[in-house]
Design a protein around this ligand. Structure first.
Ligand SMILES: Cc1cc2nc3c(=O)[nH]c(=O)nc-3n(C[C@H](O)[C@H](O)[C@H](O)COP(=O)(O)OP(=O)(O)OC[C@H]3O[C@@H](n4cnc5c(N)ncnc54)[C@H](O)[C@@H]3O)c2cc1C
Length: 436
């Protein structure tokens, strides 16, 4: 495997691409995102980027797959120092939900992500929100969309446990006349934040960044497994499919296939979120997600996930765990609460580790995994500014520490990480829906 990576296609070949789309979003005339069956989305150079030094350099610079740089935490206003190494900057933790019934009902947890976007559009002087929703023509694939009103925001309610690349429309944020909300997975937010460092217009127009917690992105092939499990005879045929839901319509909601034919409506099939994720989807996550150290969006103004610290009562309405990371995030959350868009109560900082124990263990394993890849001369991502060794020491048992070495060695062999990554392109282009 090559040691020096000269362009985004080479980063992808080295199993490091996360599929965020930042390369395509900053240089849409040179790079496009395509759907793959086995991985997430992948960049395809449509001009000879390798030969265009500056573009190749710039796309590499903003790529979170290769490296993410976290700002110095010396002057960070962290309340509790111990959280910093494990969860990044945390000013406050809240638990709450969207005041709008539909946003809450259709949302993944409590609909707070889109409720905040709604506030920013209605009262915060922002133009819209760049985020991810299902494609209308092929509902099992995602598209990046800019929503400008409640109806459009509702189309994006609920997590899509399938590849997405919201950064592939960053050029529209950069050239917008007013700021926008950016919503994405931690890697998407990292890419947008890194791109903003060298692009003043983009920085100015990222009015609020919201990161959703993420344990890794399942491939489209995983979604086909889910649909087959739910009875689709030919999962790739989208003709009979009206909707594919992974979350929402209750909390945490069921993974549900809704057929197109109104006569079949009663026969739609579903599986619990826990079984759909645990038994099917999570088995097919791209390798780069296993090397992810930031599952909670540490570069975002606000990060949002599920408050799993407590058992959910049957029929309970949705609730979101809200991590405030910056003063801007703090101000906007307070305004959204004061203006009746979000209802929330403050929680102790310990609610975060209590809610996401599994994410902490994965972060703990990254140091051991990185050392192993380095020793085996397999490409690995860099996290400048994160202290991963102390988390490995503190959070993993001896068995888990050893596993971070030998488990990674086994994966290198099984997944053939010493060879260039392989994938099958779909004939459809990744969903960049200009109409939304
Ligand atoms: C792949 C994946 C893994 C997840 N892992 C965890 C986890 O480990 N722990 C946990 O607590 N929660 C996890 N979640 C759920 C996520 O944290 C919830 O979206 C969050 O609780 C916000 O809920 P909400 O009701 O406030 O959001 P909503 O109001 O429903 O809004 C959801 C927002 O997320 C955006 N979005 C949906 N899917 C994607 C996607 N694939 N890529 C980028 N943006 C997207 C939508 O555009 C929308 O704006 C995961 C979600 C995904 C997609």
């Amino acid at each position: 495997m090559k040691n020096t990576l000269n362009n985004v296609e080479e980063i992808a070949a080295a199993h490091l691409c996360m599929g965020c789309g930042a390369c395509a979003g900053l240089y849409p005339d040179h790079v496009e995102m395509v759907e793959t069956l086995e991985q997430a989305r992948r960049p395809r150079c449509i001009t000879n980027v390798a030969k265009q030094g500056t573009i190749a350099e710039q796309t590499i610079k903003v790529c979170p797959g290769r490296q993410i740089t976290y700002p110095s935490t010396e002057n960070c206003e962290q309340i509790e120092e111990t959280l910093l190494d494990e969860w990044g900057p945390v000013l406050e933790i809240w638990e709450g939900h969207a005041e709008n019934h539909e946003l809450r009902f259709r949302g993944s947890s409590g609909g707070v992500v889109n409720a905040l976007a709604h506030y920013c559009i209605e009262k915060g002087g922002m133009q819209g929100a760049l985020h991810t929703k299902a494609r209308k023509d092929i509902p099992y694939l995602n598209r990046s969309a800019i929503s400008t009103n409640l109806e459009e925001l509702l189309e994006a309610s609920g997590s899509r446990y399938a590849p997405s690349s919201p950064c592939d429309r960053l050029y529209e944020v950069e050239s917008a006349s007013k700021p926008l909300v950016f919503i994405g997975k931690p890697c998407d937010v990292a890419a947008a934040s890194m791109a903003a460092q060298s692009r003043p217009e983009l920085k100015k127009n990222l009015g609020l960044t919201i990161g959703i917690f993420c344990a890794g992105v399942p491939s489209v092939s995983a979604t086909f497994d889910l649909m087959s499990h739910l009875g689709s005879t030919d999962a790739t045929d989208a003709n009979d499919l009206k909707e594919l839901r992974y979350r929402g319509h209750g909390w945490p909601g069921e993974m549900t296939v809704v057929p197109n034919n109104p006569e079949d409506q009663k026969n739609y099939a579903s599986i619990s979120y826990a079984a759909g994720w645990g038994d099917i989807l999570q088995k097919k996550r791209q390798w780069r997600c296993h090397m992810c150290a930031d599952h909670t969006g540490e570069l975002a103004d606000i990060s949002i996930g599920d408050p799993w610290y407590r058992a959910i009562a049957s029929g309970e309405k949705g609730s979101s765990l809200v991590v405030v990371r910056t003063r801007r995030g703090q101000r906007i959350l307070r305004e959204a609460i004061a203006n009746g868009f979000v209802s929330a109560e403050k929680r102790p900082l310990s609610t975060l580790p209590d809610s996401q124990e599994n994410l902490l263990r994965v972060r703990g394993a990254i140091w051991g995994r990185t050392i192993t890849l380095r020793a085996l001369r397999v490409p690995f991502p860099r996290y400048n500014g994160l202290k991963l060794f102390p988390v490995w020491v503190k959070q993993l048992s001896l068995r888990e520490k050893l596993q971070s070495f030998y488990g990674t060695t086994l994966r290198v062999v099984r997944k053939r990480l010493y060879r260039p990554e392989r994938w099958t392109y779909f004939s459809v282009r990744a969903g960049v829906d200009k109409g939304a």
